[in-house]
Design a protein around this ligand. Structure first.
Ligand SMILES: [Zn+2]
Ligand SMILES: [Zn+2]
Length: 276
């Protein structure tokens, strides 16, 4: 069944925990009509709505996966949502929180911070041949085609399709460009305690909660005066060692929930990355 744009806007603004697939097919249809009428502004607007649909769909999927404790799949969904948000913000102002976009943007980042993932892989290489998705011409740094990557033409975002690539190396990194590259060592299982704590307190995908990360003294440094020997065993005075470098501090995660008077303090270092 074809949905009118007004109905689609209604659906996309709702707090429903599911979005019907008819939205996607209807948007595609409306966009095609705009392109045929050469209405570039409308085609671009409909592209934005498509992104908003996809962002919310990935976020909602992530939320329901987390509810069923499928955290590693939820991570992928959060990353998809994040990537689409990145493309959208170039063309659509999310700061007004229309369609919950600001909420989703902040919430998914906080969810990512609660994951135990530390190490990722990153590839380095040389793009030898790439094609423009708008005009299909082969492009290089010296010879462009005039289309700008990330801009919208006929309701589609301009990208580059890489056809030849030389992989130079793969490195282990802590802040990857691609968050899906998380390392999953054999016979080891991640500990999702922080996410379990979160999901124990929120029931609905658009419920407000917040994460505050502050610094706190590690237990072994508590009550140590600056003139005393540093607890790290360096032999130096505390004030000339870890007090200076910040080695004496650790992250303190605080989850805040609406309608709950209590907040939860969780020193991150005490939660282990791996399950025993
Ligand atoms: Zn082009
Ligand atoms: Zn020290």
């Amino acid at each position: 069944m074809m949905k009118q744009i007004a109905d689609i806007l209604n659906d996309l603004s709702s707090e429903n925990s599911e979005l019907s697939v008819e939205i996607a097919s209807s948007l595609k249809h409306h966009k095609q009509a705009a392109v045929e009428a050469d209405d570039q502004t409308q085609a671009k607007y409909l592209w934005c709505l498509e992104q908003i649909y996809v962002i919310k769909k990935h976020y909602l999927d992530a939320f329901s996966m987390m509810r069923s404790k499928n955290y590693s799949s939820a991570w992928r969904e959060l990353d998809y949502a994040d990537n689409h948000l990145y493309n959208l913000t170039r063309h659509f102002d999310i700061s007004k929180n229309e369609f919950h976009l600001l909420f989703v943007s902040n919430t998914l980042k906080n969810m990512q911070r609660l994951y135990p993932y530390i190490w990722f892989t990153s590839r380095e290489g040389i793009i030898k041949k790439a094609r423009c998705t708008v005009c299909n011409k082969v492009v290089s740094i010296r010879k462009g085609c005039g289309h700008v990557v990330g801009d919208i033409y006929n309701g589609e975002m301009c990208c580059r399709t890489v056809e030849d690539y030389e992989l130079l190396r793969i490195s282990f990194v802590k802040n990857p460009a691609d968050k899906y590259t998380v390392l999953r060592p054999k016979d080891m299982e991640y500990n999702y305690e922080m996410l379990e704590m979160l999901m124990g307190h929120i029931k609905k995908p658009y419920e407000e909660w917040d994460l505050v990360i502050t610094k706190t003294l590690k237990p072994e440094y508590q009550g140590v005066r600056g003139s005393l020997q540093c607890p790290c065993g360096s032999g130096k005075k505390y004030k000339k060692c870890c007090l200076l470098t910040g080695e004496n501090l650790m992250d303190h995660y605080q989850l805040c929930f609406k309608n709950v008077s209590q907040t939860f303090f969780t020193p991150m270092k005490m939660v282990s990355t791996w399950k025993e």
